[in-house]
Design a protein around this ligand. Sequence first.
Ligand SMILES: Cc1cc2nc3c(=O)[nH]c(=O)nc-3n(C[C@H](O)[C@H](O)[C@H](O)COP(=O)(O)O)c2cc1C
Length: 364
Amino acid sequence: MYKFLFRPLLFRLTSDYAHEITIKSASLLGNYKWLQKSTEALYGYSNRSLEQKIGGLRFPNPIGLAAGFDKNGTAAPFMQSLGFGFIEIGSVTANSCIGNPKPRTFRLTEDKSLINRLGLNNEGALTIARRLKYRELTIPMGINIAKTHDPSITGEKAIEDYRTSFELVKNIADYITLNISCPNTTEGKTFEEPEALDYLLQSLGIENDASLPPVFIKFSVDLDDSQLLELLDICEGYTIEGYVATNTSSLRDNLQTSESVVHRMGKGGLSGRAISKKSTATIEKIHSYTKGLKTIIGVGGISSTEDAIEKLKAGADLLQIYTGLVYEGPALVKKINRGLVAYMEKHGIDHVYHIRKIKNLQGK
Ligand SMILES: Cc1cc2nc3c(=O)[nH]c(=O)nc-3n(C[C@H](O)[C@H](O)[C@H](O)COP(=O)(O)O)c2cc1C
């Protein structure tokens, strides 16, 4: 129904407007319990083989909503009713921010990809934390934090900015993701510079506080091997639950869309099918470096069960989707979860975690 009815209608609108309408509707619909229940009956899917306990949290299935979709945490209850196994709100920043001027999101339909330069628009950590304090979700809710999009906030002020958000969300979030890889800031710099990251992790006091929720670090898909290993080396010195791999790309690789069209769209992070392989390769490298001991949330171009299996085999424990939802619609979550169960039955395995073993047994 989405592909034949809603997508053609939404795709007649600009990408920015379509998202605004979607998020407003989802936020509104979430206020009606009966509607949530009917949505859940339609889109929900549960199976014991998909359940996992990670970082002390129970994930009913491995498919999560990626950061960026629900930046202000207004749509979380409705998104839960779409069958997600967890949700990541944000990125949230210490100061509220209107983001970059519109247009700021673009569809590359041929590539089932998007380019966005939203620029960390959000209502600010305090407002969002107050909103989420009383949320009633039955699935884990992560909060993704980033530095406020303001080039005048650098050095110690940048650390303080991060710390403000961290302190505001640490008692509300089931897990926290540090988005160190947002490519859409005016200053163009990120905390993916090794010294900056080390100082940030030290300043947040992560290793000294057992009461904190699990902390994840989100990497860009554009890191080369040596950059990734250097950052992992730093992160592994702290009490980190795991990694979110990956964020969007600033490059324009693997595209069918014509160069001139892409050029006209301008700067921004590329997401969707175009980054899928690179994101899977990053997952593989993290899995191998951490010897499978850290939790990996795999994200980047998942729009089918096959994409999900590829990432699980690379070492991901949990998965997230954003761009796939835009192209495939909300039924994608159930479709992938069902597909995973069918795949496990076919291969005689009883838990989603063991999907990665099939690579070793059958060479693919
Ligand atoms: C419009 C848009 C906005 C995004 N905003 C954020 C954000 O605020 N914080 C973040 O960590 N990632 C953000 N992302 C990145 C996604 O969380 C995800 O890492 C990336 O899009 C790859 O997944 P996908 O191919 O399934 O979209 C955004 C992605 C899109 C498409």
